[in-house]
Ligand binder design. Structure first.
Ligand code: PHE
Length: 489
């Protein structure tokens, strides 16, 4: 069977950028800048981009394109014992997409609530009490929240239609869903710069606090952000690479994708800080506090800011439409990574059928986050997946390509097909730098989680997180050992 293909290079880049650009750019990036030294944060961020982000992006695109398989098949072809690593990446993708879709469901609810700006005057209680109807603690699930469930169903129907024909439908969708949110961001920027106080926000965004560079936490945050923002270690970029021809460019595409993604983050920073500057002036709250409000930024602080401005309904609508459009390409890229692996394995099954099965399974897995304790569970699962599963995949994959397969061999292939040549530095990055940095991050995270229980959640709830972090990795190790012993026998 011939493999699916992107219809053009532009469509591929749009799809890759679409996956990379998401909530991480609009909410996580500005929040980290606010928390970790303003403009000074950009230094570790850019260093991480060049030393880890781009090398790994090149690596993943090259693996997929060379092996012409989804994530499980690609790893297997790289090294017959390592198919389990693909499974590890896929389990993470599946778990993440099941809650990422729930966050999108909240955005959908806000989109409708924009008519009449229903949260105005009580943004915080609107989010927690009305939208989430949150329970007192993770100990009480409190039943399913029907409006979130319905919104989740709608999101999954949308995702299904995006991926039902693989690259063909994805290719059609990304032509709109990738540029449109950037245009909407532009409209919001115009709004921001016509509000009083925006310049104070920008001053905070751009003024570097150099002392922050002495804090190791700032560096860890920058490296993890790069990992997350480029959608690395989920098998997505491998899958997307596998839909390109064997001799298509790799290195230049990777640089373009990475720069467009970080450019969007920087751009989003101007919008977010501009609006926060205005809000600080209106409400008398300190800017630092607003910027560091974390998860509440997109659903509490920003909605409140929107409600304060003239034409609030219109701009709220634009904002949540943008959030949905930003999120949907990331969501379906995760689902597509799972799809591709299933299609590789069961070639007789039509893509549409596989898509239905994957979407239904992930939607069902997501129901748990529509309970009244959904936000707590989401927080726990997100913490463990992004702190452990992703790092483990990242470490194993750089060892696999760098050491077992051979970085130089892969680099030769990349240079044979790419418009831009990749220097020997890439071998060093893949073999030494990436695994070293990721192991350091992993150890730092582990020692912190063992010292203090994450966010003070009860032991039973954190146990779910540990199970998610440990079991897939153990399965991967077992598969590795079984394969190795079969090979010897
Ligand atoms: N890169 C996305 C963002 O920045 C998040 C994401 C991670 C999406 C992994 C898909 C897979 O929001």
């Amino acid at each position: 069977m011939t493999r699916q293909r992107w219809s053009s290079r532009t469509v591929f880049i749009l799809a890759a950028v679409g996956s990379a650009v998401g909530l991480g750019n609009l909410w996580r990036f500005p929040y980290l800048v606010g928390k970790y030294g303003g403009g000074a944060f950009l230094i570790p961020y850019l260093i991480a981009l060049v030393l880890i982000g781009v090398p790994l992006l090149i690596l993943e695109l090259a693996v997929g394109q060379k092996m012409q398989q989804g994530v499980i098949g690609s790893y297997q072809k790289l090294n017959p014992s390592c198919g389990g690593l693909g499974l590890l990446a896929l389990i993470s993708s599946f778990i993440i997409v099941s809650y990422y879709a729930v966050v999108m469901a909240w955005s959908l609810i806000y989109l409708f609530a924009s008519f009449g700006v229903q949260w105005s005057g009580n943004a915080e209680s609107y989010f927690y009490q009305e939208v989430l109807q949150i329970s007192d603690s993770v100990n009480s699930l409190g039943g399913i929240n029907k409006s979130v469930l319905v919104a989740l169903l709608i999101i999954w129907i949308l995702v299904y239609f995006c991926i039902r024909q693989g690259t063909k439908s994805v290719g059609r969708v990304v032509r709109y869903t990738v540029p449109l949110p950037v245009i909407l961001l532009g409209a919001l920027l115009l709004r921001a710069v016509t509000l009083p106080g925006f310049i104070d926000g920008w001053a905070m965004y751009l003024t570097p606090d150099w002392r922050a560079l002495l804090n190791p936490e700032v560096w860890t945050a920058a490296f993890s952000q790069i990992f997350y923002t480029l959608s690395l270690a989920f098998g997505i970029m491998i899958t997307y690479g596998s839909y390109k021809d064997y001799d298509d460019d790799i290195a230049k595409n990777a640089w373009i994708t990475a720069l467009l993604n970080s450019g969007t983050s920087l751009f989003a920073g101007f919008v977010v800080f501009g609006v926060l500057g205005y809000m600080a002036g209106e409400t008398g709250t300190s800017l630092t506090e607003l910027a560091a409000s974390g998860p509440g930024l997109a659903f509490v602080v920003f909605p409140e800011a929107l409600s304060l401005m003239p034409l609030s309904g219109l701009f709220s609508l634009l904002f949540f439409l943008m959030l949905l459009l930003l999120g949907i390409d990331s969501a379906f890229s995760l689902a597509e990574a799972v799809n591709a692996a299933v299609v590789d394995r069961y070639q007789q099954l039509p893509i549409t059928k596989v898509s239905i099965i994957v979407c239904c399974a992930a939607a069902i897995a997501g129901v748990i986050y529509t309970t009244r304790a959904g936000l707590y569970l989401l927080d726990i699962v997100d913490h463990f997946i992004t702190s452990y599963n992703l790092l483990l995949v990242g470490i194993c994959q750089s060892i696999l390509v760098g050491w077992l397969y051979g970085a130089e061999k892969m680099r030769r292939y990349i240079n044979q097909v790419s418009d831009w040549q990749v220097g020997k530095w890439w071998n060093l990055a893949v073999k030494y730098f990436v695994p070293l940095v990721l192991v350091t991050l992993l150890v730092a995270q582990l020692s912190q989680d063992l010292k203090i229980s994450y966010e003070g959640y009860p032991a039973w709830a954190l146990a779910i997180g540990w199970v998610i972090a440990i079991i897939p990795f153990v399965v991967f190790l077992l598969l590795l050992i079984i394969n190795q012993s079969q090979k010897k026998a």
